[in-house]
Design a protein around this ligand. Structure first.
Ligand code: PXP
Length: 252
């Protein structure tokens, strides 16, 4: 199966909030999150991701509800592991919920969710989300113990954090690619669906094509940046076209 593209449209809300956070009742609120999602779909997006943060700094509850109602694509809600956010997710019923760290203490050294350090509370949250019919993903670093812990506590999927890969160069980057490669292989062997995301763009995506066993890339910043010049639909089309090259045959 070909590699899927999940389009994160948070930055559309970031831009809207920059102008209207203090005036949510203004007659026109732009840019429209719904229009962005529909344009992403027209460009070939396989799913839409929104991150409703505890501080509601970009996506608002109503944005997520509108996208859920009006866009005929799987919805992936990113959320923190808090009672309030889990209640919100159970009410929204996205197809997927990806638990992400929002506070320092939930973060591993690299920046993914610290599953090992939060086993019981994550286990409880996963069960609650799954009882609402939502498939759960954990955004983690490509670390053996974190991946095994994700499988142990019953997550269906993991999203490997590619942020470190995106920020490094040279040998460090090569070793990050290998780390992602082995993480994806381990996750797959444990029966987890393996996605990847953070910091992926057209200049670095090809290097990730050596990482086998991936199901979906979750991409936001570069698509919204590129859409300033060519529109969201074309930005998504462009990314999807490149993703057809996945997987590359061998590691460098
Ligand atoms: N995956 C997760 C869990 C995220 O929180 C984000 C947004 O930061 C992304 C993927 C997309 O990252 P980017 O915007 O760098 O493409």
């Amino acid at each position: 199966m070909s590699l899927l593209l999940g389009v994160n449209i948070d930055h559309v809300a970031t831009l809207r909030q920059a102008r209207y956070a203090m005036n949510p009742e203004a007659p026109i609120l732009e840019p429209s999150v719904l229009e962005a999602a529909l344009e992403a779909k027209a460009g070939g997006a396989d799913s839409i991701t929104v991150h409703v943060r505890e501080d509601r700094r970009h996506m608002q509850d109503d944005d997520a509800r509108l996208v859920r109602r009006e866009v005929d694509l799987p919805l992936n809600l990113e959320l923190a592991n808090t009672a309030e956010m889990v209640d919100f997710a159970c009410d929204l019923k996205p197809d997927f919920a990806c638990l992400v760290p929002e506070k320092r203490e939930e973060v591993t050294t690299e920046g993914g969710l610290d599953v090992v350090g939060n086993l019981e509370s994550l286990r409880k949250t996963i069960t609650e989300l799954q009882s609402a019919g939502i498939q759960v993903s954990l955004f983690i670093d490509s670390e053996e113990d974190q991946i095994k812990a994700a499988a142990d506590i019953g997550a269906e999927m993991i999203e490997l954090h590619t942020g470190t890969f995106a920020l490094t160069t040279g040998e460090e980057r090569q070793s990050e690619i290998k780390r992602l490669y082995f993480g994806a292989e381990l996750g797959n062997s444990l029966g987890l669906g393996v996605n990847a995301g953070h910091g992926i763009h057209l200049e670095n995506i090809n290097e990730l094509f050596y990482v086998k066993n991936l199901k979906e890339f979750n991409i936001g910043h570069t698509l919204i940046s590129r859409s300033l010049f060519i529109g969201i639909r074309s930005a998504v089309e462009e990314m999807k076209a490149v993703m057809l090259e996945y997987p590359s045959q061998s590691m460098k």
